[in-house]
Design a protein around this ligand. Structure first.
Ligand SMILES: *[C@@H]1O[C@H](CO)[C@@H](O)[C@H](O)[C@H]1NC(C)=O
Ligand SMILES: *[C@@H]1O[C@H](CO)[C@@H](O)[C@H](O)[C@H]1NC(C)=O
Ligand SMILES: *[C@@H]1O[C@H](CO)[C@@H](O)[C@H](O)[C@H]1NC(C)=O
Ligand SMILES: *[C@@H]1O[C@H](CO)[C@@H](O)[C@H](O)[C@H]1NC(C)=O
Ligand SMILES: *[C@@H]1O[C@H](CO)[C@@H](O)[C@H](O)[C@H]1NC(C)=O
Ligand SMILES: *[C@@H]1O[C@H](CO)[C@@H](O)[C@H](O)[C@H]1NC(C)=O
Length: 505
């Protein structure tokens, strides 16, 4: 058979939109890969910060995975299937790594989980699992925990520059709830947080809300999360604190966020509460132009001698209260001398107001851009330095899918797996259509295609520039065997298996 050349590279046709019977969101399909990422609805009105979009899919997702996708709706990397959350790039030993929670999530009205945090290197190899094995936990009564390998919760997996990770845990335990009208021998879901060494899993710090009821009283949470019928048994523990983020101050103390107290707390190294910033009453502060409720993702954005800027995702909505105030991203000045909190930046899109009842995240990006992931509402928005929305991405129907957190990060991935290829004969055009992809390979610039009628010694039949997650090329003649090779910066492997060409397309 003669060596023929690529006659055409068909771009833009690799993404097929399908609508499921249950009328969920359309997804993309490929010939060379079984991944089916959502078809992103992208509205862009200005430049965005560099990097890819990172998100998970929860609730009624088509495929339970985490996704790395481009602003052009192209899949970059999709994880193996699982109940995975909080997918992002962090630094370990000064090198970028990927991290996510892998376990099970217990749906609202509980809203926490049990699992491990996985750490992957730039070749997508699993290099560390952060886990909590023997801290004598009890799960919510409806959950069979006999097979659990670790008790770490969904909510936090932030890495520090010391190669440690800040983590949360939810332990069902007994508590006296009589002071707030509950049972004397009641049940709570205690909120714990940890600092754990990523490489050894040694627990360096442990804190429990239950141990500090003297400073964080059950009475204070009643206006925002009344006890009602909670706490009578271990299947309905009173999850009154609901920790949802942990961050470290320079002096080694911690900033934590409690959903139901609508509060941020500064926790000293001895575990005591240094201060409380309550979103409605102020707590130890006076609020001037800022208020928040049921917030997530409290982050220290700037910390100097005389300045503290904290960002939060202000849900303003929850399973207790919804539909009055819209959700926004808040960056606030916390003046420690005057004990006063004022707005620094308030971010929302007045043309598309969102009422997010759970989850969510706010990420500061280069150029004073901000990415907001709306949690229970399957949308992200990027805002520019003026606070104007420059991009909206939707990946599902409201109320059907959600993403715990969303991020934007630059990323270079060189997988240690082989690329995938699929080929079929299009007899009517006397061509062989070749489809190739390589999950997670960010650096591929072009594909070399080899083909022939015997399996060994396949000659080159053409070169195709990469067009997206899957590149399709059409080669003259009816081939029987095809192999593809990826080329680009840093790629030293990148050869697919030799695949048998399907007789019909
Ligand atoms: C981490 O756990 C996953 C899931 O059980 C497993 O596949 C992987 O090999 C583990 N990685 C390491 C470094 O132990
Ligand atoms: C672990 O917790 C159970 C209650 O769930 C208790 O009976 C047991 O004594 C605890 N064990 C340890 C080692 O603390
Ligand atoms: C978790 O709760 C059990 C009681 O159900 C208790 O024995 C155990 O000490 C608690 N673990 C932690 C880490 O607080
Ligand atoms: C636990 O308490 C809740 C709320 O009071 C109740 O609906 C539920 O039936 C109880 N479950 C068990 C197993 O007793
Ligand atoms: C919350 O309120 C908004 C605005 O009224 C509404 O669109 C949304 O469906 C509500 N969400 C839930 C979960 O009730
Ligand atoms: C199909 O294409 C091949 C390669 O270009 C050529 O050798 C062959 O004659 C063609 N067959 C037909 C039926 O056109």
């Amino acid at each position: 058979m003669r060596v023929s050349s690529i006659v055409s590279v068909l771009s833009g046709l690799h993404a097929t939109s399908c609508v499921a019977a249950d009328d969920s969101w359309p997804w993309q399909t490929y010939k060379s890969s079984a991944f089916e990422p959502p078809n992103l609805k992208i509205t862009k009105s200005g430049p965005t910060a560099p990097g890819y979009l990172f998100f998970d899919q929860s609730w009624d997702a088509h495929q339970y995975s985490v996704f790395m996708m481009s602003d052009e709706n192209e899949l970059i990397w999709q994880s193996p299937f699982g109940d995975l959350k909080d997918f992002r790039v962090q630094m370990l030993d000064g090198k970028p790594v990927l991290t996510y929670f892998n376990g099970i999530g217990i749906p609202e009205p509980f809203g926490w989980g049990y699992g491990i945090i996985q750490v992957f290197d730039q070749s997508y190899q699993s290099i560390y699992n952060v886990s909590l094995l023997c801290d004598n936990y009890t799960a919510v009564g409806t959950v069979d925990s006999s097979s659990f390998v670790s008790w770490l919760d969904i909510h936090e997996s932030t890495m520090t520059s010391d190669n440690t990770m800040l983590l949360t845990g939810y332990n069902v335990t007994r508590a006296d709830l009589s002071s707030v009208g509950g049972p004397k021998h009641g049940w709570i879901a205690d909120s714990l947080f940890y600092e754990i060494d990523v490489k050894t899993n040694d627990i360096l710090f442990r804190w429990s809300a239950k141990d500090h009821v003297d400073q964080i009283s059950l009475e204070d949470v009643q206006p925002f999360y009344p006890i009602n019928d909670w706490g009578y048994n271990s299947s309905a523990p009173y999850g009154y604190f609901h920790i949802n983020s942990v961050e470290k101050f320079q002096d080694g103390s911690f900033l934590i966020s409690s959903r139901y107290y609508c509060s941020l707390f500064k926790i000293a190294k001895d575990g005591t509460v240094d201060w409380t910033l309550q979103g409605q009453t102020g707590g130890d502060f006076s609020l001037d132009g800022v208020n928040f409720a049921y917030q997530h993702d409290a982050r220290i954005q700037e910390e100097t001698e005389d300045k503290l800027i904290i960002s939060i995702f202000d849900n303003a909505n929850s399973d207790v209260e919804n539909g009055t105030d819209h959700t926004e991203g808040i960056f606030m000045n916390v003046n420690m001398d005057k004990k006063k909190v004022t707005p620094f930046r308030l971010l929302d899109d007045s043309s598309d107001e969102i009422f997010s009842v759970s989850m969510g995240a706010v990420q500061a990006l280069p150029g004073d851009h901000v990415l907001i992931g709306y949690g229970s509402n399957p949308k992200f928005k990027e805002y520019n330095a003026d606070g104007s929305p420059v991009m909206t991405v939707q990946f599902g129907e409201d109320g059907v899918v959600s993403s715990y957190r969303a991020y934007r990060h630059p990323w270079v991935g060189i997988p240690n797996t082989a690329p995938d290829a699929f080929a079929c004969n299009d007899a009517s055009h006397n061509t062989t259509n070749v489809y190739m992809s390589w999950n997670g390979a960010t650096e591929v610039k072009e594909w070399k295609v080899f083909g022939g009628i015997t399996q060994s010694g396949l000659p080159p039949v053409g070169v195709a520039p990469k067009t997206g997650f899957e590149t399709r090329a059409s080669v003259k003649g009816g081939l029987k065997y095809v192999r593809v090779e990826a080329h680009g910066r840093g790629i030293t492997t990148g050869v697919s298996k030799t695949v048998h060409v399907q007789a019909q397309c």
